[in-house]
Design a protein around this ligand. Structure first.
Ligand code: NAP
Length: 243
């Protein structure tokens, strides 16, 4: 489905990003795995190479513009085109606005919003016409969430960024979509206290969390020919969460 395409997935050392990278690879794409440091991304690269496609790692802190410029220069040693960009890397630093420090605010905005700009701006230089951009937002950005004023703001920013890219890049036949996951089981949600998680799951009709593969499948669909006429959307994958 994605033969001869190259995909860059940010924050793909673990969690949702890793699942997205593996799913794109199973569907024939060559993969560039970005993470902030040498973590499990090297192991994931080995798993992906075993699938018969190529995988390279590209370490960069996405909140730093120069680090992203350098990353794209390094990527150019392996390929001259990135057809699929998945802006997945993101962080949480939860607090109510009353207790939130400016450091907590700035850190989340720097990674989740500035990171989006830093990566996308540089990738666009090597993205051919007909490319696909998929940005990972959150239901928190669509509906707001108690204790997540920084995170919800950043994830609402992901939606505005995506809808604007759709308008600016459509003439190059580049699609831009956002995915807003609900509660997905990863190390990020493992940090949420059990009692809070149980209360949140009461809002999901099935009372179940989603899996990383629920998100990965939609990314692959949007990046494939089947998703070519979908752009400017924010697709919720949340089990029908009643937020
Ligand atoms: P995760 O398990 O915490 O993984 C995040 C990944 O991003 C890690 O590999 C992390 O690297 C990397 N990363 C963090 N800061 C980075 C930076 N500055 N530069 C490059 N990479 C960086 O998170 P996840 O649950 O898979 O979430 C993935 C995305 O989905 C995030 O954008 C998140 O906001 C969004 N999301 C998740 C859920 C959920 O329920 N899990 C729900 C809605 C939205 P390290 O390993 O080095 O820290």
């Amino acid at each position: 489905m994605l033969k001869r395409k190259t995909a860059l997935v940010t924050g793909s050392g673990r969690g949702i990003g890793k699942a997205i990278a593996l799913d794109l690879a199973r569907n024939g794409a060559n993969i560039i795995l970005n993470d902030i440091e040498v973590t499990t991304a090297e192991e994931t690269a080995k798993e992906i190479n075993a699938l018969g496609v190529t995988a390279h790692t590209a370490f960069a802190d996405i909140s730093d513009f120069d680090s992203c410029v350098k990353m794209i220069e390094e990527i150019k040693a392996h390929t001259d085109h990135i057809d699929i960009l998945v802006n997945n890397a993101g962080i949480l630093l939860d607090n109510t606005i009353a207790k939130m420090s400016s450091e907590e605010w700035n850190k989340v905005i720097n990674v989740n919003v500035n990171g989006l700009f830093n990566v996308t701006k540089n990738v666009l230089e090597v993205m051919p016409d007909g490319g696909s951009i998929i940005n990972i937002s959150s239901v928190s950005g669509v509906c707001g969430n108690y204790g997540q004023v920084n995170y919800a703001t950043s994830k609402a920013g992901v939606v505005g960024f995506t809808k604007t890219l759709n308008k600016e890049l459509g003439r190059r036949n580049i699609t831009a979509n956002a995915i807003a996951p609900g509660f997905i089981k990863t190390e990020m949600t493992d940090k949420v206290p059990q009692d809070i998680l149980e209360r949140m799951l009461l809002l999901v009709p099935s009372r179940k969390m989603g899996t990383v593969d629920d998100i990965a499948g939609m990314v692959t669909f949007l990046a494939s020919d089947k998703g070519r006429y979908i752009s400017g959307q924010c697709i919720r994958i949340d089990g029908g969460l009643m937020f």
